[in-house]
Design a protein around this ligand. Structure first.
Ligand code: RIB
Length: 331
């Protein structure tokens, strides 16, 4: 920027005003400066710009696992809305590790972004205070910290767990098991509670019908095999997300179980892949795109100083019935 000022015969402040379209500048001065920028092929540094005028027009979407299709589908919506409003999006994968989340918050947030969409169950209110003190806007989504200070968008996970489990009983399953996600994650916990709301008081039920897993395909595969060994009579499985349901489907095929008549399976999320399994998976569809859209629109409102009222919004989920539960005969 110093070379541009020298080339144009103006001050650095004048060049900065031309770059940021700020303040009154004579047309001939602006022309001279822009010619110098072109001649020297100068590209303004967004970070420096952000520091100088305190706006970076960038946001961060901090998410737990880039390898789970659920989150990229959500990121699609965040980026679509951000781009429509001239914002760049940093996608930050944390692998659900607290030190990675804090590292992102310390680095990105205090230097390069105007706002953050946070999908993380390992964050604490004190961590968010630090962001607010740096005038960083925050919206949480999916795995949220219920706090009156922070706006959060999630879904009715417990009701979704009930819908999945009731559906399995409705199609004639006599023994329904649950493969849960990591149960210190609120979304996994609430889905498990939904399952227990339906079967927890039935005479056959005990805790051995729950196999705890980790929201991955491999985890679902191993958990299903454990269930088959522990309870060969199980004829219905509700898995806490689609990846684990896909793993359970693979285990069922390996064990020669006819789907759905010997074993019916329901997943949760409604990722695109759930429609592509053999047979296609019944699942509880989350409004993934809508969640991302609402969260980004809320963040825009907050960053542009509209009246910001913290709120928690829990969206409905929908049971999408496909072939893994369309039983043609009762056993
Ligand atoms: O599939 C990953 C899961 O973690 C999703 O169900 C989502 O709700 C998140 O909590």
């Amino acid at each position: 920027i110093r070379d541009v000022a020298k080339q144009a015969g103006v001050s650095i402040a004048t060049v900065s005003r031309v770059i940021n379209n700020k303040g009154k500048i004579k047309q001939e001065t602006e022309t001279t400066v822009r010619e110098a920028i072109k001649k020297l092929n100068y590209i303004p540094n967004k970070v420096a710009q952000g520091l100088s005028n305190q706006r970076s027009n960038a946001v961060a979407f901090i998410l737990p696992s880039i390898s789970n299709p659920f989150f990229p589908e959500m990121a699609r919506a965040v980026e679509d809305v951000a781009q429509q409003h001239g914002y760049h999006v940093f996608i930050c994968n944390t692998d659900d590790k607290r030190e990675k989340v804090l590292n992102y918050l310390d680095n990105l947030a205090t230097h390069y972004v105007d706002g953050i969409i946070l999908n993380s169950h390992i964050i604490k209110e004190a961590d968010l205070e630090k962001l607010r003190n740096n005038n960083i806007s925050i919206v949480m989504m999916d795995r949220v910290l219920e706090h009156e200070e922070t706006t959060a968008f999630a879904v009715k996970n417990r009701a979704g767990g009930r819908k999945a489990t009731e559906h399995l009983l409705d199609v004639g399953c006599k023994r329904v098991a649950h493969i849960s996600g990591v149960t210190d994650i609120p979304t996994a916990q609430d889905r498990m509670w939904g399952y227990l709301d339906v079967v927890g008081t039935l005479p056959w039920y005990d805790t051995s019908y729950i196999s705890r897993s980790d929201f991955t395909v491999e985890g679902g595969y191993q958990a299903a095999k454990e269930l088959f060994m522990r309870h060969p009579e199980v004829d219905g499985i509700f898995a806490g997300n689609d990846l684990m349901a896909i793993g359970a489907l693979r285990a069922a095929h390996e064990w020669g179980k006819a789907i759905p008549n010997e074993l019916a399976i329901v997943g949760f999320d409604g990722i695109d892949m759930s429609a592509l399994t053999t047979p296609p998976m019944t699942t509880v569809q989350q409004p993934i795109y809508e969640l991302g859209e609402l969260a980004m629109k809320e963040l825009l409102g907050h960053m542009n100083d509209e009246a910001y009222e913290a709120k928690t919004v829990n969206l409905d989920v929908e049971l999408i019935i496909r072939e893994t539960t369309m039983r043609t005969q009762q056993n």
